[in-house]
Design a protein around this ligand. Structure first.
Ligand SMILES: Nc1nc2c(ncn2[C@@H]2O[C@H](COP(=O)(O)OP(=O)(O)OP(=O)(O)O)[C@@H](O)[C@H]2O)c(=O)[nH]1
Ligand SMILES: [Mg+2]
Length: 201
């Protein structure tokens, strides 16, 4: 078995990073906004078809800057391990499109700071429930989706942590199953007997 797949969830304050992780790992949705002030780590094992992978997910407080190099990471006194992850999940709030600017800026900084590309970036639009409730699916949202999928060539998922809608798709995508294709269903039950299923242990 390979080592753990390390993933960092990044995003502006209040976009719902913690809610997504609580929903997926604890089947819980915290309605009150409790700001994340220090790194939390969620660990589990995911099984997809014949592939089993240990997952280690970092929920980190919003960062003003991505550490430009290893020294910068260690110099802030609280190294978050951001430079050694395999996948960056950039989350924005679909009810507040200004928060996408944070994702854009983080992506730029991540790409600038490495001279290799041994990592993946994916983008998650959370709070899709607010789009249907309060604002229509605007051209701006379509533009974001096109930019991410076609130009950045990154995985893209629109979800709602509140309604546990497409939260599993984020993790399928992390496991390497593009969610727009014929990905196996991601399920919570403990049984891993059936084929074509992706399961959290
Ligand atoms: N309507 C709706 N609200 C959500 C959703 N996800 C999260 N929220 C709410 O948004 C607020 C912020 O959620 P958090 O998960 O704490 O956001 P965060 O990104 O971890 O925030 P920080 O740790 O402060 O950076 C909370 O009040 C959540 O209840 C969602 O899918 N839909
Ligand atoms: Mg948080």
């Amino acid at each position: 078995m390979q080592g753990p797949l390390k993933v960092a969830f990044l995003g502006a304050s209040g976009v719902g990073r913690t809610s997504i992780l609580q929903q997926f790992f604890k089947h819980d949705f915290p309605t009150a906004h409790v700001r994340t002030t220090r790194r939390s780590i969620y660990r589990s094992c995911l099984v997809c078809d014949t592939c089993i992978r240990e997952l280690m997910v970092f929920d980190v407080p919003p960062q003003r800057r991505f550490p430009a190099d290893n020294l910068a990471e260690w110099n802030n006194g609280h190294p978050l391990g951001l430079r050694t992850v395999h996948t960056y999940v950039l989350v924005y709030d679909m009810g507040n499109l200004d928060t996408f600017q944070y994702c854009r800026s983080m992506r730029d900084q991540i790409l600038e700071s490495f001279n290799h590309r041994d990592f993946k970036i994916m983008v998650v639009g959370n709070k899709v429930d607010l789009v249907s409730e309060t604002i229509p699916h605007t051209q701006e949202l379509k533009d974001i989706s096109t930019l991410v999928r076609k130009h950045w060539r990154c995985g893209y998922v629109e979800c709602s942590a509140k309604y546990n809608y497409k939260i599993g798709d984020i993790f399928k995508e992390l496991m390497g199953y593009p969610v727009c294709g014929t990905a196996p269903k991601l399920e919570f039950p403990q049984s891993i007997r059936s084929k074509n299923k992706c399961t959290i242990l």
